[in-house]
Design a protein around this ligand. Structure first.
Ligand SMILES: [Zn+2]
Length: 70
């Protein structure tokens, strides 16, 4: 039995936006909500607060950064 009408490709619409900080593509709910990835949000919060920088090093944050997770 042939089902010729069933050839339609599924097309997904995925919400995405660009990270305000690094310009990377954000696909996660978190990214869409904050317009920044986890790591960039953490850095942003750090930069916009007056807590001392020794608490979290940027190297720790950067090591987790990938093209998708930012
Ligand atoms: Zn980013």
């Amino acid at each position: 039995m042939q089902v010729e009408d069933d050839k339609e490709e599924e097309i997904f619409t995925i919400k995405a936006c660009r990270c305000k900080r690094c310009g990377g593509i954000l696909l996660s709910d978190y990214g869409l909500k904050h317009k920044m990835g986890h790591v960039c949000k953490a850095k942003y919060d750090l930069e916009n607060s007056s807590i001392d920088e020794n608490q979290i090093t940027f190297d720790d944050i950067l090591s987790e950064e990938t093209e998708v997770l930012h």
